[in-house]
Each structure stands twice: as C-alpha cells, then as structure tokens.
Design a protein around this ligand. Structure first.
Ligand code: DX5
Ligand code: ZN
Length: 245
C-alpha cells in the first residue's frame, strides 16, 4: 500500500475508524510477518505494540528495534507504558511509530511530554505528522481530560485493564467511562478519537462498538494461537457495523 504524502497520519487513522488495532503480545513471532499480511487482507489497518518497561508496569516487552523490524504498511500504534518517557520518544519516532500513546500516570510533567511529541516529525519527513495519544488506567480520574492536556492530543485511550498482561478481564466501568469521555470531548469542541484497550473479546466488542469507541485494541482475542485473520474479521465486523449506523 502506497500512502500519498499529502495524507496526514491523523487523516489516515480517521479514515479507518471505527476499527480495531491488533496487539501483538500473544502473537507467534516466528510467523508474525505472514500473520500481519493476512490481517491486512482481512481489513485490519493498525498494529498495536505494547511497550512495557518493567518499571511503570510489571512486565517487560519490546522496544524500538522491534517496532522498526515490523516491516508492514499497517499503522504502527505504539503504546508506551514506560516510566518518564520524555527522553525516549525520539527512539520510537525514529523506529517508525505513526501513533504514540503515553500514559498520563507515567510522567510528572506529562504536558511537557505531549508538547515535545507535538514538536517531532514522522520518520518519513515533514508533513505526515504523528498522532498523539494519552492513555488513562482504569483507576485514573477523568478530570485529567478537562484541562489543557486536551489541546495536546488527537486520541484518548481508556484502559479497561491495569497494564501488564494480555488476557485480563475487562472492567465493566469502561462503558460509562467511554460515554463520559465522549461528553467531555464534545463540550470541549475538539475532535479527539477514543480508544479502548485491554480485555476485549468477541463477546464484549459489540457493546464497545455501541458505546461509540472509535478504536478497540484487541490482542489475545485475535492472536489466540488459531486463526488470527478469521478472528480479526469477527472483531472488525461489529466496529464497522457501528460506523455504518
Ligand atoms: C494492557 C495492554 C493491552 C493488552 C491487550 O496491558 O495495553 O494492549 O495487553 O491485550 P488483550 O486484548 O489480550 O487484553
Ligand atoms: Zn496497549
């Protein structure tokens, strides 16, 4: 897929929504390239990379070389669950990230982190732009989203599990949190996308689609060791149905 330079990353992301972003934590790394190509054929447009540093959250996963090594036309949706990410942002941008999401809880000066991200260029050069996301843990107050941080973001990611592992149960509070965040965005007059991440299954994705989430991150429900492309189609269907309403 060749992307015209005139299309910004944010426009490209918006054109995909409502959609899913597929997390690779449970993927078979021996077959990841082939699986991503099949997911693209199935209509998936984004790959979600969970970066955990063993400090902000207990698990330790991958870093910039893994992201660079994903040679795929899918949008690279990089979720940084790392302590004080400011000085590391450049490495993730250089690795080819299209979307970079930072955790509101991860930095003392999160506003500075987001502003710094806003000053950076996509690895392909000026013009395309990076999408800036801000993630909130399930226990974090939504009041963070009533002030100046809204001026610095394109995407809000609501975690439905505490960060750390794939395959946890979705917090039932997520539905009301999505509704409240959508109200906050509407009253701000801004156009900000909303994503839900963690604990999504084929049994609850229709409810999340109905809640108005623009993006749903799905990891173990797609990479379950069986048929990832068929799973992805099952997860995409309710999202695309919600967009057609
Ligand atoms: C939370 C991560 C999620 C999660 C997704 O720790 O940010 O992306 O692992 O995996 P599933 O969909 O299996 O919960
Ligand atoms: Zn994630």
């Amino acid at each position: 897929m060749t992307v015209p330079a005139a299309v910004s990353t944010l426009e490209r992301l918006r054109s995909l929504c409502p959609t899913v972003s597929v997390g690779t934590l449970t993927a078979d790394l021996m077959h990841l390239g082939d699986e991503l190509a099949l997911l693209e054929e199935a209509g998936v447009g984004m790959v979600h990379v969970d970066v955990m540093d063993g400090c902000f959250c207990p698990a330790l996963t991958v870093g910039p070389p893994y992201i660079k090594g994903l040679r795929t036309p899918l949008l690279k949706d990089v979720h940084l669950m790392v302590h004080e990410p400011l000085d590391r942002l450049g490495d993730y941008v250089a690795a080819g990230a299209d979307i970079i999401t930072v955790q509101v809880e991860s930095a003392v000066h999160i506003h500075r982190v987001l502003q710094h991200l806003g000053s950076m260029e996509h690895v392909s050069g000026p013009g395309r732009g990076l999408v800036r996301g801000l993630a909130l843990n399930p226990g974090t107050a939504l009041e963070w989203l009533t002030g100046p941080l809204l001026d610095e973001i394109d995407l809000i990611v609501l975690l439905a599990v505490d960060p750390g592992w794939s395959g946890q149960a979705l917090s039932p509070a997520i539905y009301s949190r999505v509704a409240k965040v959508k109200e906050l965005i509407a009253s701000s007059g801004r156009e900000i996308l909303v994503s839900v991440d963690g604990g999504v299954t084929r049994d609850n994705i229709a409810g999340l689609a109905a809640s108005g989430a623009d993006i749903v991150v799905t990891g173990s429900a797609v990479f379950d060791g069986k048929a990832a492309p068929a799973n992805a189609r099952l997860m995409l269907s309710p999202m695309q149905g919600a967009g057609a309403e």
